[in-house]
Design a protein around this ligand. Structure first.
Ligand SMILES: Cc1cc2nc3c(=O)[nH]c(=O)nc-3n(C[C@H](O)[C@H](O)[C@H](O)COP(=O)(O)OP(=O)(O)OC[C@H]3O[C@@H](n4cnc5c(N)ncnc54)[C@H](O)[C@@H]3O)c2cc1C
Length: 283
């Protein structure tokens, strides 16, 4: 039996567990017992057959006993009483489990598949859930936690908490962002998000700022600072995204090669405009 599949993936959790192997299932069952909020995702749609772990050691059985899994597993496996090394027919080492101070003095011969099936069943009994066919495709530190991107069974992105570099309440940061991307005819470098503003009929940057000041009544004397901030932010994002691609933490959606090739030049241009913006500030 496999713990139920659900597509109702929460978007916040205290603990994200990736992978319903023995480790993930054990952690999920323990946290369920303790009442700790968590989400367990697994890319496979069921417990996978195949040769992996073939035996479970006494300390692992002791822990599994706390979860209520050990007895069933012992019944399903074969108790090994010792392990040994042989050279042909000659015995080199023989280590007995008979005298171990443990309720489970055995090296239990049981397949990993069986262990996972028992853990899945117990997790379901405890009320836990495995979100199967959900795959972690990216993650990044996001103080004070971690942001994960999870792909759902149909390939859609179910949960994304990427870094947030928003304005923290200062509206001039938005104006600075607008101005830093407002391209004028003859501008030497490509802005981060090229728009149609070089087409005849669009006002220039100075006019945009002047209109904003008139309409809002705000003091816009700090706009050059926010333009410089926006340019540095764009340069940092570019470097960060490129690093994530190169480290293999982004989905290879076919745009990988194109992006990495183009982003080096774009990054150089963004760095140059960021440096120029600081020079204009006299920094
Ligand atoms: C041939 C072989 C023999 C072994 N023999 C023994 C043995 O006899 N005894 C022993 O104690 N150990 C043995 N091991 C080691 C044992 O298999 C591992 O220690 C054990 O599998 C680790 O469990 P785990 O849950 O950490 O990882 P895994 O069992 O590898 O489980 C990881 C899970 O994460 C899922 N996953 C991976 N990436 C993602 C993603 N991005 N998003 C969502 N899900 C994901 C995978 O589908 C998988 O189900 C053996 C291993 C091998 C390969």
């Amino acid at each position: 039996m496999t713990a139920p599949v659900t597509t109702a993936l929460p978007t916040h959790t205290d603990v994200l567990i990736v992978g319903a192997g023995p480790a993930g299932l054990t952690v999920a069952a323990s946290l369920t017992q303790l009442g700790v909020d968590h989400v367990l995702i697994e890319r496979a749609d069921s417990v996978q057959p195949g040769v992996k772990a073939a035996f479970v050691q006494p300390r692992a059985l002791e822990y599994l006993d706390r979860l209520g899994v050990a007895d069933g597993l012992v019944a399903a496996g074969a108790p090994g009483r010792y392990f040994g090394f042989h050279d042909g027919t000659r015995s080199l080492i023989r280590v007995s489990y008979d005298n171990l101070d443990t309720p489970f003095p055995t090296m239990l011969l049981v397949s990993q598949q069986t262990t996972e099936e028992h853990l899945n069943r117990r997790l379901a009994e405890l009320g836990g859930v495995v979100h199967r066919r959900h795959r972690l495709i990216a993650f990044s530190p996001d103080f004070p936690g971690v942001t994960g991107t999870v792909a759902a069974p149909d390939g859609s992105v179910r949960a994304v908490f990427d870094w947030e570099l928003a304005t923290s309440g200062d509206p001039l940061a938005d104006l600075g962002y607008l101005v830093s991307n407002w391209q004028e005819p003859g501008d030497p470098s490509t802005p981060e998000a090229p728009g149609p503003t070089t087409v005849p009929g669009f006002p220039g940057r100075a006019e945009i700022v002047e209109r904003y000041a008139r309409q809002s009544g705000r003091d816009v004397s700090d706009v050059p600072y926010w333009v410089a901030f926006s340019r540095w932010r764009s340069a940092c994002i570019n470097v960060g995204v490129r690093a994530r691609y190169l480290a293999g933490h982004m989905v290879d959606d076919g745009g990988y090669q194109r992006y990495v090739r183009g982003s080096a030049e774009q990054g150089r241009q963004l760095g140059e405009t960021a440096r120029n913006a600081l020079r204009e500030l006299g920094v």
